[in-house]
Design a protein around this ligand. Structure first.
Ligand code: FES
Length: 281
């Protein structure tokens, strides 16, 4: 059982939780995820690690309530317990393995969409601690749905917020802002890391391919059980079959068949589609 030491509603239906899990905190790295279960019979939910404190032995998760299982997690309060908190799982971000000296020479751009801001945060914090400069383009629907702005500001060189409705920052898509940074404001980048909805990662990857910027995306959004068993996260990368939860979650955005991945994601939402995917595996 894992004690919830802090719970905060960041915006409507998006929650931050600190959970006491010293062993997970000790080995957690940016880019990895956890399997969380509210109760003994609860559904297994894969959630990316948003932060960790090795001294305190706590791990932070940020999640959106989209179905019954995430609502059950959100119903728990400080002082209560999560039944399962298994991890860290998946491969850490490739940035973790790079030589810090080499990283400091690179110009890195992160693009975060909606609740995808949460998995971006530990990566930029990790780079910030190494003295690496990063720019972040953060997209959200409106000012009221923006999360973690102060934390992001504190860990990056420049934060560019975009809102769909123009209520804060730049009005428009993250891709428009990235294009403007490169084409109008003279920015150059060696690497882009994009994490957010599949459709956003698809179009960011399309743009960065045109701009010649190597791009990494995280396929967390298509994971269901996070164990390599359900088949929901099967993707084709450069013509080869991979599973996001086992082989990823990060992949080269220019090599992913996004249309196929999004079709499977949509299929998994229906009972028939789920059966077809399970039979296929
Ligand atoms: Fe089920 Fe990867 S999430 S196989």
């Amino acid at each position: 059982m894992y004690l919830i030491t802090k719970k905060e509603e960041l915006t409507e239906n998006i929650y931050w939780m600190d959970v006491c899990a010293p062993r997970v905190a000790k080995s957690a790295k940016p880019g990895q995820f956890l399997i969380v279960k509210a109760g003994e019979k609860g559904e297994r939910i894969p959630l990316t690690i948003c932060d960790y404190d090795k001294e305190q032995g706590t791990v932070s998760i940020v999640f959106q309530t989209l179905g019954d299982s995430t609502k059950k997690i959100a119903a728990l309060n400080e002082g209560e317990y999560l039944h399962d908190f298994v991890g860290p799982l998946g491969n850490p971000s490739e940035l973790v393995f790079e030589d810090p000296e080499e990283l400091r020479k690179k110009k890195i751009l992160f693009v975060a969409g909606g609740v995808g801001t949460a998995p971006v945060y530990p990566q930029i914090k990790f780079l910030h601690d190494l003295g690496v400069d990063v720019d972040v383009v953060l997209g959200t629907k409106s000012k009221t749905t923006l999360i973690l702005e102060d934390k992001m500001k504190g860990a990056c060189t420049n934060l560019y917020v975009c809102t769909d409705d123009g209520s804060y920052g730049f009005k428009g898509m993250v891709t428009d802002r990235v294009k403007a940074l490169v084409e109008n404001e003279g920015k150059t980048y060696d690497l882009c890391v994009a994490i957010g909805p599949m459709i956003m990662m698809k179009f960011v990857s399309k743009l960065t391919k045109e701009l010649g910027i190597h791009t990494i995306v995280s396929l967390n959004p298509i994971m269901v059980d996070g164990t390599g068993m359900c088949g929901a996260c099967r993707v084709t990368i450069d013509g080869k079959v991979k599973f996001a939860c086992v082989d990823g979650p990060e992949f080269d955005g220019h090599l992913i068949d996004f249309d196929e991945a999004m079709r499977r994601q949509a299929m998994y939402k229906t009972v028939e589609g789920k059966k077809a995917i399970l039979q296929e595996n």
